[in-house]
Design a protein around this ligand. Structure first.
Ligand SMILES: NC(=O)c1ccc[n+]([C@@H]2O[C@H](COP(=O)([O-])OP(=O)(O)OC[C@H]3O[C@@H](n4cnc5c(N)ncnc54)[C@H](O)[C@@H]3O)[C@@H](O)[C@H]2O)c1
Length: 263
């Protein structure tokens, strides 16, 4: 996205109060978009140019009211970023139905409810639009203890493909971003509760580090921009090579770390 391509566009970012959502909000604001951040919490570091709206993406009424606020203040949205997310850890068989429902409700119902509000408004406005859903590498691989999260994120990939087909004739593009481990409160909480460790995250990342929230926001900005005008129904994986890692234990000379192959 260059500075002018988002100028005057109305962008909604769910979960925009902190973490990856906050990085997206900042980028879009800098690119001249009119940004609405929907969140359950008040932003720890509010950004002056952003309109924060109290909203629970898992609640139909709350989502409707938040979209009505945007409509009243700025008209139809041009961009929806469905980013709000939570984590609940536990094995199937012991994990409660409430925890399961909360994760599915936030990620998958959240995308459904927000897209259900955005698509008719974008279509009626007749100027196309872009929807980007936050998936995860957990949509592509299994993560023990994170069944609802894996299911919700994989479900998001199915839903964006179907929506891409349903909305293409209205000029609306629908894509997903699938980040690998990114240092935010979500990850810090998992480290604190013992369900994640820094070395587990780093072990299989060929690029040898975690992502920054801004690197994820950069991919979202690309997909929202006119640079991605011919991209729809796709998932952009941003994981430092984690999901293509086949042999993290291969010797250094096979990974370019040693100058020459030993005899
Ligand atoms: N951090 C990572 O390593 C990572 C990796 C892959 C995908 N993701 C995804 O990126 C997204 C953002 O995660 P993050 O790491 O920035 O987490 P975070 O916890 O820092 O931020 C998530 C935000 O979503 C908000 N939120 C939660 N439930 C909500 C609801 N029902 N309604 C409205 N807002 C709600 C929270 O209040 C918070 O502001 C999530 O969808 C997450 O699954 C994160």
């Amino acid at each position: 996205m260059n500075g002018s391509s988002m100028k005057g566009r109305v962008a909604i970012v769910t979960g925009g109060a902190r973490g990856i959502g906050d990085a997206i909000v900042r980028r879009f604001g800098e690119a001249g978009a009119r940004v609405f951040a929907f969140d359950l919490i008040a932003p720890p570091e509010p950004r002056a140019e952003v309109r924060y709206v109290d909203a629970d993406v898992s609640d139909r009424k709350s989502v409707e009211e938040a979209f009505e606020t945007v409509e009243r203040e700025a008209g139809a949205p041009d961009v929806l970023i469905s980013n709000a997310g939570i984590q609940r850890v536990g094995l199937i068989g012991t994990l409660s139905f409430e925890d399961w429902s909360e994760v599915i409700g936030t990620h998958l119902n959240g995308l459904f409810l927000c897209a259900s509000q955005a698509i008719p408004r974008m279509t009626a406005a007749g100027k196309g639009g872009a929807i980007i859903a936050m998936a995860s590498t957990a949509a592509m691989v299994g993560m023990p203890g994170r069944g609802p999260y894996c299911a919700a994120k994989a479900g998001i990939l199915g839903l964006i493909r179907a929506m891409a087909l349903e909305t293409a004739s209205a000029g609306i593009r629908v894509n997903a971003v699938a980040p690998g481990y990114t240092r935010t409160k979500l990850v810090d909480d998992a480290i604190a509760n013992g369900s994640l460790r820094e070395e587990w995250m780093m072990e299989r990342v060929p690029l040898g580090r975690l992502a920054t929230p801004d690197e994820i926001a950069g991919a979202v900005a690309y997909l929202a921009s006119d640079e991605a005008a011919y991209v729809t129904g796709q998932t952009l994986v941003i994981d430092g090579g984690w999901t293509v890692q086949g042999q993290s234990n291969a010797p250094g000379w096979l990974r370019g770390a040693a100058p020459a192959r030993p005899r």
